[in-house]
Write a protein that binds this ligand. Structure first.
Ligand code: CA
Length: 228
């Protein structure tokens, strides 16, 4: 039975969700004060955290940062309507998804299941076998990349980023996921570093870096490597 920690101060929303989630087979721990979130997370060790942003005691962003510094547990943020900034901040902090209020319970359950389905894949140890997608073949053991059959050299961080993108071809990777994976979850530098590396990769693997076909931008979220 998957365990879910719900951090939400609005009783009507929390109760509605808890009833639905329990009917779907989840075991739900609900806290309404931000200060209770971390101790409850430590005690329950849930499979998924659903985190409201505006909370008494401790904000959703602080809680997200604190959990993410210690765990890869999937986190879904609840944000206010049209709060674009909150959404981006949430993903940069390492949240896996966000749901904008108001939302339908059915949509909410579908998103939770989607995140849980994806989650184990992130933690699977990297297979040593070469991977290929969209004409790019990456061999981590030999530290080699072939683009359309030709060997191309990449500096270490660009190699790591490309390898991770190709290994996850077809999946949208958030900026937070990419930064965590390549620079580590304690990285505090400029998030533009990621864009610079993406630009360099594109200049070397795209036929036209201005119209990238392999490394696709998913606006406001992150990037996806084409799996054709
Ligand atoms: Ca709230």
């Amino acid at each position: 039975m998957p365990k879910l920690l719900l951090v939400e101060d609005e009783k009507s929303i929390a109760e509605g969700l808890a009833i639905t989630l329990e009917a779907e087979g989840f075991q739900v721990a609900w806290v309404k004060d931000g200060l209770d979130a971390i101790p409850t997370w430590e005690r329950v060790r849930p499979d998924l955290v659903v985190l409201d942003l505006m909370l008494p005691g401790m904000s959703g962003t602080e809680i997200c940062r604190a959990i993410r510094s210690r765990s890869d547990v999937p986190i879904i943020m609840l944000t206010a309507r049209d709060a674009e900034v909150d959404r981006v901040v949430g993903l940069e902090l390492g949240a896996d998804d966000y749901i904008t209020k108001p939302f339908s319970t059915r949509e909410f359950v579908a998103r939770i299941k989607a995140v849980l389905r994806r989650a184990p894949m992130v933690d699977v140890p990297i297979d040593e076998a070469p991977v290929a997608a969209s004409g790019v073949r990456v061999d981590r053991v030999r530290h080699e990349v072939q683009v359309d059959g030709s060997l191309v050299d990449f500096p270490p961080k660009e190699f790591d980023l490309l390898a991770y993108l190709v290994e996850n071809a077809g999946r949208v990777l958030t900026r937070g996921q990419l930064i965590d994976e390549i620079w580590g979850s304690d990285y505090v530098g400029d998030t533009k570093t990621l864009d610079v590396h993406i630009r360099r990769l594109r200049s070397r693997i795209e036929a036209d870096a201005g119209v990238p076909a392999r490394i696709q931008t998913v606006r406001g979220v992150g990037y996806r490597f084409a799996d054709t």
